[in-house]
Ligand binder design. Structure first.
Ligand code: HEC
Length: 183
């Protein structure tokens, strides 16, 4: 009897896990990474603890986005997207851009990621929480440089981010085609 109760409880908990995950995602993001006035902080240790979504390489060193780009999100956010095809409230996307290193390896002429230059951060807000120039189209938008990771150097969503992200508007402003982990 006891073990039957226990397995019923376990099944109920599992069925609820999707909701619990989504709730705790928003609580965690808006409790730790976003201040009451909407100021966004760069998350800590995402490379070690978060889920890697995919990479981009912009090889032309004179291009605006030159470098090696790696994109990360919270494990729960990736799971929620795979389940629902949408970015859950509290989802954080971090794009880390690192310098491109090039050299001959035993595999061939290789390119790999060197020193970090900048981090681009997007924070999903389905509640319209903030009336701030750094928030728009259901996301918070921030940019941090390696030399000062505590300061958001983006002027505003409109000025610094929006124009370039318009091609991704149909997929909620995210270039999802580059993220095999979401499929
Ligand atoms: C020069 C154009 C350009 C600008 C400016 C720009 N982005 Fe992006 N962003 C892109 C493109 C294109 C991608 C995906 C391909 C890549 O990285 O090369 C991307 C990807 C991202 C990603 C990874 C998730 C995704 O949407 O695919 C984040 C996070 C991001 N940008 C945030 C920002 C923020 C925040 C700003 C403003 C502070 C900004 N971007 C400004 C073009 C731009």
């Amino acid at each position: 009897m006891k073990s039957l109760l226990r397995s019923m409880l376990a099944a109920m908990l599992l069925a609820n896990a999707g909701y619990l995950m989504a709730d705790s995602l928003a609580d965690e993001t808006y409790g730790t990474l976003v201040a009451a006035d909407g100021t966004i902080s760069l998350p800590d240790g995402f490379r070690q603890r978060w889920t890697h979504l995919g990479s981009w390489v912009v090889a032309d060193s004179s291009a605006p986005g030159a470098g090696f780009h790696d994109v990360y999100t919270q494990p729960g956010a990736a799971q929620a997207y795979r389940a629902n095809g949408e970015f859950a409230d509290g989802t954080v996307l971090v794009k880390e851009i690192r310098a491109l290193e090039t050299g001959e390896k035993t595999t061939g002429m290789a390119q790999w990621a060197g020193e970090t230059a900048v981090w681009f951060v997007m924070v999903r807000d389905t509640q319209g929480r903030f009336d701030s120039p750094h928030w728009g189209e259901g996301w918070g938008w921030a940019l941090f440089e390696a030399k000062d990771p505590a300061t958001n150097v983006s002027k505003s969503f409109e000025e610094t981010c929006k124009g370039c992200h318009v091609p991704a508007q149909p997929s909620n402003w995210v270039f999802v085609e580059g993220y095999p982990t979401l499929k």
